[in-house]
Write a protein that binds this ligand. Structure first.
Ligand code: NAD
Length: 365
């Protein structure tokens, strides 16, 4: 398997967690005999410092010439006084737009070993494994007209979707569900919004092509409650842009720490993979960053760009194993002794090597 990966580590804890994620990808390549190449590029504050732009052309060219882009995080307090389009975060928005991904995937998984880190009771979160598929390029965040008239004190945003936009993201949700527990929950507000009525009718139509997958519809307000009360009932949750933004953050509490959450944006020219957290300037350089969100993001590269499902699962199981053995970074330690970013990366690496060795040994028998 050949894969060209652009690595854009960015600012703050970005480089620290990305180092651990790429080391896991290198291990998978070495153990499985794959040919992964890594090309580094600048983005965010570091790119402004070195080139004057938060997304230099060279970085964009590297990204567009790759099979997958692994981002760390961007954001540096020293640029806070700059206008929004000159700040490090502008680089992130620009690259997301240039790569054109329209389906944002965010898993929300309960780790038994971390059950006390979640505000929800362990019996509620036990075995939860939800995959959010959020439409990322349409809806209220992009619809026109949009304005704020300061003289008349009036403002407007527009929630707009076309059938084609809903169809393409719905197909991704059904295809992913077909490889999982075969259930799609589509979220809308069809009792009030015409946009949601189009959404619901289109998703229902797409579902006919996937008879093995069960489709249910939920209104966004009741969904917000169901996620907290009965999260185990959900497999793939399909949402439009705004609803997905809110619900996937809400579901993040099931896992318990921002440092544990991976994400992928697919469907465009090149898939973009990034942990959900930001550059965490408060802990940058202290060795306290949790690299597991970035490592689980690497697992998503294996699954969605390399088609190496077994290896993606092996990385995820290695994370479970290390957590089950009691190892914690500071954000999930809850008063226990904690280990550093690098130590956590090394432990996952070891657990992964053991499981891949075992798999290969069993294969050889
Ligand atoms: P943040 O995610 O950086 O941090 C929020 C809190 O969570 C902090 O206390 C931080 O220490 C902690 N945290 C985050 N990731 C962690 C990890 N892996 N391990 C342990 N603890 C972790 O969000 P913020 O503080 O609101 O923003 C900081 C900067 O990051 C800002 O400049 C913001 O614009 C930027 N940001 C970037 C992205 C991105 O690159 N995708 C996302 C969000 C925020």
């Amino acid at each position: 398997m050949k894969l060209k990966i652009a690595v854009l580590a960015g600012d703050g804890i970005g480089p620290e967690v990305t180092r651990e994620a790429t080391s896991i990808l290198r291990a998978v390549a070495e153990l499985g005999g794959h040919d992964f190449t890594f090309t580094e590029g600048l983005i965010g504050g570091i790119a402004i410092t070195e080139t004057g732009s938060p997304l230099p052309t060279a970085t964009l060219d590297t990204a567009l010439d790759s099979d997958a882009v692994l981002m760390g995080a961007v954001g540096d307090n020293k640029f806070n006084a700059l206008p929004p389009d000159k700040r490090p975060e502008a680089g992130l928005l620009q690259i997301r737009q240039a790569l054109g991904g329209f389906a944002n995937l965010r898993p929300s998984i309960a780790y038994a070993a971390l059950s006390e880190s979640s505000p929800l009771r362990p019996e509620v979160t036990k075995d939860v494994d939800i995959l959010f598929v959020r439409e990322l390029l349409g809806g209220l965040y992009f619809g026109a007209p949009r304005w704020w008239n300061r003289e008349t004190n009036e403002s407007i945003n527009t929630m707009r979707y076309t059938k084609a936009e809903v169809t393409r993201v719905a197909r991704i949700a059904f295809e992913l569900a077909a490889k999982r527990r075969k259930k799609v929950t589509s979220v809308d507000k069809a009792n009030v919004l015409e946009v949601s009525q189009l959404w619901r009718a289109t998703v229902t139509e797409v579902a006919q092509d996937y008879p093995e997958v069960t489709l249910e519809h939920q209104l966004v307000d009741s969904m917000a409650m169901h996620i907290m009360n009965t999260p185990r009932n959900f497999d793939v949750v399909l949402t439009e842009n705004l609803f997905g933004d809110i619900l996937s953050d809400e579901a993040g509490v099931i896992t318990g720490s921002l440092g544990m959450l991976p994400s992928a944006t697919i469907g465009g020219t090149v898939n973009l993979y990034e942990p959900v957290h930001g550059s965490a300037p408060d802990i940058a350089g202290t060795g306290k960053a949790n690299p597991l969100g970035a490592i689980l993001t690497a697992a998503m590269i294996l699954r969605h760009s390399a088609n190496l499902e077994q290896d993606a699962k092996a990385v995820e199981q290695a994370v479970h194993k290390v957590l089950n053995a009691g190892y914690r970074t500071a954000d999930i330690a809850r008063g226990r002794p904690s280990i550093t970013t690098q130590e956590m990366g090394k432990l996952v690496h070891q657990a992964l090597a053991e499981s891949i060795d075992l798999r290969q040994a069993m294969h050889a028998v």
